[in-house]
Design a protein around this ligand. Sequence first.
Ligand SMILES: [Zn+2]
Length: 415
Amino acid sequence: MKLGKQSIGVGDRFTYQGKAQLKAIMKANEKGLDITPVWNKSNREHIYVGTVPADTRKEADEAVKKLGFKGHYFVDADHINLSTVAKYVEVSDFFTLDVASFIGKESSKEEVDAFVASCSKYRGDLQIPGMEEPLQVTNELLKLIAGKFLAATHHASEIYAYLKKEKGEGNFITEVSMDEVESPQTPVELLFILKMLADKGVPAQTIAPKFTGRFNKGVDYVGDLDQFAREFEEDVLVIDYAVREFGLPEELKLSVHSGSDKFSIYPIMADVILRYDKGLHLKTAGTTWLEEVIGLAVAGGEGLELAKKIYENSYNRQEELCGPYADVIDIDGSMLPSVEEVKGWSSEKFANTLRHIPGHPDYNANFRQLIHVAYKVAAEMGSSYTSLLEKYADVIGSCVEENIYERHLRRLFTI
Ligand SMILES: [Zn+2]
């Protein structure tokens, strides 16, 4: 089973927008692209919303059937580990093995020594084709990398072995993710992480490192764009080298867990993958939930009322809602409008404040991030939320489709 060169992960908290998301991807494919859709949903999202993995499978299958989509598509068990993977086995065919929490866990001295010894041919100045400067590989560096990542890659191999037994070899896509950590992995670390995965027989088709900079939820990238560009390009070159050198699957590519809407790095990634003729997997998720709230606001009437209610509840529960996301949001509370003020807003004002159009005078990234983490509030509303998703399906669907196509796919694939 192969993922395909270009692919996009679309998350959908409430599983109502599969068709709108697929429409956007099909629209891009009509322009000559071949983007594989993947519906990703993490265990955390399922728990907060009260959905089960089978719901995502059903959503994907139904969207594909309804729209007559003929390509491959996948359902991604996003950020799973050995303790959470079981319930995804039957319905998922893409598994993101999250080993971030094993980074830095101790490995035995024998394992570290064996790994360092196995890298002897890479010691010294290691020239990766395409890179300006050679990588400086010392014993100390190798020991450090082994100490940091051997346990994590070992955990990946344990989850992979479990999946291979349950689903059969070749019947699923394997991704390894290490993105939910504070410090980024450097290209040289990535190189030896890939060697470890190859040594342990994990046929990763996508790898999600932590990149430099902040990937706050639902808003643009915050960081040094030049540094990101350099690092991203080096990662692509390192992967190319690792595939040939370590015998990893030739389709291995980067997976960018974007946290949605990292518009300023889209053209950088587009340039690199085009220049080297490489593939990319980009995961988005919360951007669709935000479009649901925008769509409700645009619909007016009950829709706008509910959108305001969601803001009111999230404003009053900031600490609780933001807590689990503390590392991936930056909200300046003084920039949040008061509940009273928002009560007086028109559809247009609410939608423009929330919709991600950088530079729009009404756009407020603080407001947007707070609503991003507030899907729990909507989940608690139960059918009073989902019945309005049904009632206003057309207007919400067109917001979702326009967002994925115009703001994401067009920027990322230079359409
Ligand atoms: Zn992630």
